[in-house]
Design a protein around this ligand. Structure first.
Ligand SMILES: Cc1ncc(C[n+]2csc(CCOP(=O)(O)OP(=O)(O)O)c2C)c(N)n1
Ligand SMILES: [Mg+2]
Length: 673
């Protein structure tokens, strides 16, 4: 029978007992009654039944049931006759609540910040976080999705795993999109969720959702913890899985009674992952590396196609060394921006659907394509059979399932990119042929078709605002997060990224609403950096509540809002492929003629919503501009702002992101105008 303030441990407690001389071992069927003190610790253990004993407890309790009211009220006057006896004080030391074991595990894994939104099923964890507040900063986002994207922002800028938490049911479900996002972009996350008690799992209990089932296809791994003694091991495994091999999100679902259980934790426990053998930093096969070096030696038109894997494996230096040794030009995927300096003459910028003309031409003509830490995504390849069809293809990736997935590879190397490039750099030589003609051809393409915009436009174009921001911050330690849409693509084109982990984009999933919370997480991780969210008016509304978090938690991010009053990227597709028919892509009132594509522009007073008023309501610095002459001074004010600040830039919706290779087509279908 359960009583408030009392834990009854049941089950088959092998290896569990009391340190007597001789020790008292508990037998199956014995019961241990203990009390919980005010901070959730186990006190005064008493064994009942044949094993009657008191004192210091040892061993791992295989299962336990807890009455949780003990956390809200002081423990009742001791009712159990045996519990009144004097106890050695050491009896309390070995025990910890499940929640404390979770949080202690976070500390032991180097976690210094968690983005966590509370609820009934996660309260013990939050209570525990208050006890660890000197080691872990707990940030309260204003929506769980915001918290999970902030954890991503933290992870994408530091390379460390991001940690976020939500309560069961709706809280947990609000994390789902960001989990899927982390999976597609290979971002290490440890996601904690509260769950209803184990005794009611499967009964449609209040705020119950089967998170493991919901998340099965969108995590790298997932746990439902049903025995508090597993917590330390599960946490160890979660961090190990999230950060090794190809990184990704790991879910740990923690029923409330497991959080409240009192156990003797063993943080030095062994992991139990017999089936998980991530490729480690062991060398790639030497003969394969030699094949790559030989291919480079005989190449006349080589191109490096590099992606997020270079950043994830911290291989930017090795990439630069390879380029310096060989003179091979580099194009980057959306995930790879920053892996190689965008302002270097050998940078071809981004490739793919909205990549540069010169990158797409170069890949098309290449006789050797060195694909490093990439996944031949359809936004890069277009029609995959036609992609790099003239080239000999080398692919280096840590994930064996990426090899030959979309494209047949001539030299497939499953290895950590950093290790493999290090090996290659030790033996690689410049191509025998002079690369000067190849460089000259690329320079010609660059001259003919640079990323460009209409500089004669009388107002401010989004491209210009981004290019100016890039110029004004070039000497500063700057991080840029983005939403999803035209502004995202223009940021990729016109902001020059020079270092890895300075560009944060929801690339694989393309999730609107990513920018603001990701910038928030980045600013928490890098308080000395200038952190921007370059956002769209549609995207920012999806997590605008995080304005409150930035203000209340003193996280001074800066937003450059490229406000075209439309879901611009969808408008562009309407214009290109649906005869310009507007179908729910105007963001103002539906009785405005623009909603049907019949307006003749948007006057200043019909703009909606009033982002300046909204931001000010949240305590932000805010202003809006429309005139070209105001752009640079307003950007300078944005950069100089002490606290969180937004610059709402009124831009036209008629511009299209160019160049563009329409979905599933080839470089020959590239649209320049
Ligand atoms: C959550 C989500 N819903 C829908 C989409 C589809 N989508 C892609 S871009 C886009 C328009 C984004 O508008 P905005 O943020 O204003 O950026 P703009 O294209 O105008 O720069 C939409 C609706 C998406 N990517 N994510
Ligand atoms: Mg827009």
């Amino acid at each position: 029978m359960l009583r408030p303030g009392t834990v009854i441990l049941t089950g088959r407690p092998h290896g569990v007992g009391f340190t007597r001389n001789p020790p008292v071992f508990l037998e199956p069927g014995d019961t241990v009654t203990v009390e919980i003190d005010r901070i959730g610790r186990l006190t005064n253990p008493v064994a009942e039944g044949p094993a009657q004993a008191t004192g210091r407890f040892f061993g791992r309790i295989p299962s336990c049931m807890v009455e949780d009211r003990s956390f809200q009220s002081p423990p009742p006057v001791q009712e159990h006759p045996m519990a009144t006896a004097a106890r050695p004080s050491k009896a309390t030391e070995a025990f910890a609540s499940g929640a404390d074991v979770v949080v202690e595990s976070l500390v032991r894994h180097g976690v210094d910040v968690i983005f966590a939104y509370p609820g009934g099923a996660s309260m013990p964890l939050h209570q525990s976080l208050t006890r660890y507040k000197d080691q872990i900063r707990t940030i309260l986002p204003r929506h769980e999705q915001g918290g999970a994207f902030a954890a991503q922002g933290y992870s994408r800028t530091t390379g460390k795993p991001g940690v976020c938490m939500g309560t069961s049911g709706p809280g947990a479900l609000n994390l789902v999109t960001a989990i899927a996002d982390a999976k597609l972009d290979s971002i290490p996350l440890v996601v904690l969720t509260g769950q209803v008690g184990t005794s009611v799992i499967g009964t449609d209990a209040f705020q119950e959702t089967p998170m493991v089932e919901v998340c099965r296809g969108i995590t790298k791994h997932h746990y439902l913890v049903t025995d508090a003694n597993d917590i330390a091991r599960v946490m160890k495994e979660a961090f190990h899985i999230a950060t090794t091999g190809r990184p990704g999100p790991v879910l740990v679902d923690l029923p409330k009674n497991i959080q409240l259980a009192q156990i003797v934790p063993d943080y030095d426990c062994e992991m139990n992952l017999p089936g998980y053998k991530p490729e480690s930093r062991r060398p790639a096969p030497a003969e394969q590396i030699a094949q790559v070096a030989a291919a480079i030696k005989r190449a006349k038109k080589p191109v490096l196609y590099v992606g997020g894997g270079v950043i994830a494996s911290d291989a930017s230096d090795e990439l630069r060394t390879l380029v310096a040794k060989t003179g091979i030009p580099v194009t980057m995927t959306l995930m790879g921006l920053g892996a190689y300096p965008g302002d270097d003459p050998l940078s071809l910028d981004m490739l793919g659907m909205h990549g540069s003309v010169y990158a797409n031409y170069a890949v098309d003509e290449a006789d050797l394509l060195l694909a490093i830490g990439v996944r031949f995504d359809d936004r890069v390849t277009g029609k995959v059979e036609a992609f790099a069809q003239h080239g000999f293809i080398v692919h280096i990736d840590i994930d064996p399932s990426e090899i030959n997935k979309n494209k047949v590879i001539h030299v497939p190397i499953v290895a950590d990119v950093k290790a493999a490039l290090g090996q290659l750099n030790r033996i690689v030589e410049r191509p025998t042929a002079d690369l000067a003609p190849w460089h000259a051809r690329i320079a010609e393409w660059k001259k003919e078709d640079p990323f460009s915009f209409d500089t004669s436009y009388p107002g401010i174009l989004a491209q210009e605002a981004i290019a100016e921001l890039s110029r004004l911050t070039a000497e500063r330690d700057t991080v840029v997060a983005v939403g999803v849409g035209q502004h995202q693509m223009w940021a990729a084109q016109f902001f020059k990224f020079r270092r890895p982990r300075t560009w944060l984009s929801s690339s694989g999933l393309g999730t609107m609403g990513f920018g603001l919370p990701a910038a928030m997480g980045a600013k928490v991780a890098c308080p000395d950096a200038l952190v921007f969210d370059i956002d769209g008016d549609g995207s920012i509304l999806m997590n605008i509540q995080e304005f409150a978090t930035c203000k209340t938690e003193n996280i001074p991010v800066k937003v450059l809002l490229l406000n075209n009053q439309h879901l611009g990227m969808v408008v562009q597709w309407e214009d290109r492929f649906f005869k310009g028919n507007r179908a729910h892509t105007y963001l103002g009132p539906i009785d405005h003629p623009e909603a049907y594509g019949q307006g003749d522009g948007i006057s200043p007073d019909s703009r909606y919503p009033d982002f300046v008023a909204i931001a000010k309501g949240f305590g932000w610095q805010a202003e809006t501009i429309a005139a070209k002459k105001d752009l640079v001074p307003a950007l300078e004010r944005l950069i100089a702002a002490e606290g969180p600040a937004i610059l709402d830039v009124q831009v036209p919706y008629q511009s299209h992101v160019l160049p563009m290779i329409p979905s599933g087509m080839t470089v020959r279908d590239l649209i320049k105008k």
